[in-house]
Design a protein around this ligand. Structure first.
Ligand code: NAD
Length: 344
C-alpha cells in the first residue's frame, strides 16, 4: 500500500483516534493526515493540539454528515484512504438520546462511503487509474455481536445481534460498508475490537470513572452485580492492529481485535482501588476507610446490559502476524498513573 498519500482520519481527536494519529504519523511521516472531527464533548482539545507537532497533520473541524464539506475535502486534499473512527460512542448516552447515534454513526458513515465511492470510482468496479490503493477502513466494535454466555468467543462469522442503540447503529454502519464492497467493488476493510483502555480516554467511560471517583473518595458506581465481562485491549495494541489491517488486510474482510484479557467490571474496580491504595494511602483516613475498595457501590443495572464479550483474534494473528503486547496488569498501572498526572 502506497503511504505517500493523503489519509483522511475521522474522529481523530477522540480516544483511539488520538493514539492512532501519533502512531501513524511517527511511523509514516511522509503521509499527509487530515483529521475530520466535529470536536464534540468527546474530543480532547488539549491532546489534539499536541498532534500539530507533525508537519503533515492538520485538523478540519467539521461534521462527517456534512456532505458538501466531505466532498470538498476529498477533492481539495486528494484523499486516497479513509480510516473512520468518528462516532457517538457511549452506550449510556445512546439509551437516553439515540437520535445523534443514528445520525452520526449511520448517516455519517453513509456520507463518507458514498463520497469516497464517487471520488475513487469511474463506473462500477472500475477506478480512476492511480487510485487502486484507495481503501476505506471502518472501525467497529465487538458489541455488534450482542452478548455471550459463560463460554464461547466472537469470531468474524458470529451473527450480528446488537442490543443497544449504540451497537445497533454501529451494526447498521457495518452493513453499509459491506454493501459498498459487494455492490460497488470499493476496497473496504473492517475491524471489530473489544473494549479499549489506556491514557486519554474520556472521563465518562468505565475505567476513567472508577479512577476519578476513587481519587475524589466518592462512591464508585458499578452496574448490577459487577460480573459483566469485557475483553480489555490496550489502545496501542489496537493501533498496531489497525495499521496492519489498513495496509495488508484482504479487501472486503473483517478482522476481530481483542486483548485476551477477560475481566469482570468488579475486578477492574478492585484492581484500580489496590493501585490507588498504594499511590494515595494518606487520603483514606479522611474518609475513615481502609481501602478505596470500600467505595465500590453496586447500582441498578444498565437496560440491555450485555453480560460478556470476548474476542477470538486468531484471524488477525495468523493472517497478519498481530499479537497483543501489553500485559493487563502493567497496562492498567500505566493508565492509572497517566490519570494521576492529568487530574484536570
Ligand atoms: P470517542 O468518543 O473517544 O471519540 C469519538 C470522536 O469522534 C470525537 O473526537 C468526536 O468529536 C468525533 N465525532 C463525533 N461525532 C462526529 C461527527 N458527526 N463528525 C465528526 N467527528 C465526530 O470514541 P473512541 O473511543 O475513540 O472510539 C473510536 C471508534 O472506535 C468509534 O467508532 C467506536 O465505535 C469504536 N470503538 C471504540 C471502543 C472503545 O473501547 N473505545 C471499542 C470498540 C469500538
Amino acid at each position: 500500500r502506497n503511504n505517500h498519500q493523503t489519509l483522511l482520519v475521522t474522529g481523530g481527536a477522540g480516544f483511539i483516534g488520538l493514539h492512532f494519529i501519533h502512531y501513524f504519523a511517527e511511523k509514516y511521516p511522509d503521509t499527509r493526515i487530515v483529521n475530520l472531527d466535529k470536536m464534540t464533548y468527546a474530543a480532547n482539545r488539549t491532546e489534539e493540539e499536541k498532534l500539530k507537532k507533525y508537519p503533515n497533520y492538520r485538523l478540519v473541524e467539521g461534521d462527517i454528515c456534512d456532505r458538501e464539506l466531505v466532498e470538498k475535502l476529498f477533492k481539495e486534499e486528494d484523499i486516497r484512504g479513509v480510516i473512520h473512527f468518528a462516532a457517538e460512542s457511549h452506550v449510556d448516552r445512546s439509551i437516553t438520546g439515540p437520535d445523534l447515534f443514528i445520525k452520526t454513526n449511520i448517516e455519517g458513515t453513509f456520507v463518507l462511503l458514498d463520497t469516497a465511492m464517487k471520488y475513487w470510482m469511474r463506473r462500477p468496479g472500475e477506478y480512476y487509474s492511480g487510485y487502486e490503493s484507495s481503501r476505506f477502513h471502518h472501525i467497529s466494535t465487538d458489541e455488534v455481536y450482542g452478548t455471550l454466555g459463560e463460554t464461547g468467543l466472537f469470531t468474524e462469522t458470529t451473527a450480528y445481534a446488537p442490543n443497544s442503540p449504540y451497537s445497533a447503529s454501529k451494526a447498521s454502519s457495518d452493513m453499509l460498508v459491506r454493501s459498498y464492497y459487494h455492490t460497488y467493488g470499493m476496497d473496504v476493510v473492517m475491524t471489530h475490537c473489544s473494549n479499549n483502555y489506556g491514557p486519554k480516554q474520556h472521563s465518562e467511560k468505565l475505567i476513567p470513572t472508577i479512577i476519578r471517583k476513587a481519587v475524589h473518595l466518592e462512591q464508585i458506581p458499578i452496574y448490577g452485580d459487577g460480573k459483566n465481562v469485557r475483553d480489555w485491549l490496550y489502545v496501542d495494541d489496537h493501533c498496531r492492529g489497525i495499521d496492519l489491517v489498513y495496509r495488508k488486510g484482504r479487501a472486503g474482510e473483517s478482522y476481530n481485535i481483542g486483548g485476551n484479557n477477560e475481566r469482570t467490571n468488579v475486578y477492574i474496580a478492585k484492581k484500580i482501588c489496590e493501585l490507588l491504595d498504594e499511590r494515595r494511602p494518606h487520603q483514606l483516613k479522611h474518609k475513615h476507610i481502609t481501602s478505596h475498595k470500600d467505595l465500590i457501590t453496586f447500582v441498578d443495572d444498565r437496560p440491555g446490559h450485555d453480560r460478556r464479550y470476548a474476542i477470538d483474534a486468531n484471524k488477525i494473528k495468523t493472517e497478519l502476524d498481530w499479537q497483543p503486547e501489553e500485559n493487563f496488569e502493567s497496562g492498567i498501572k500505566k493508565t492509572v498513573e497517566w490519570y494521576l498526572r492529568h487530574e484536570e
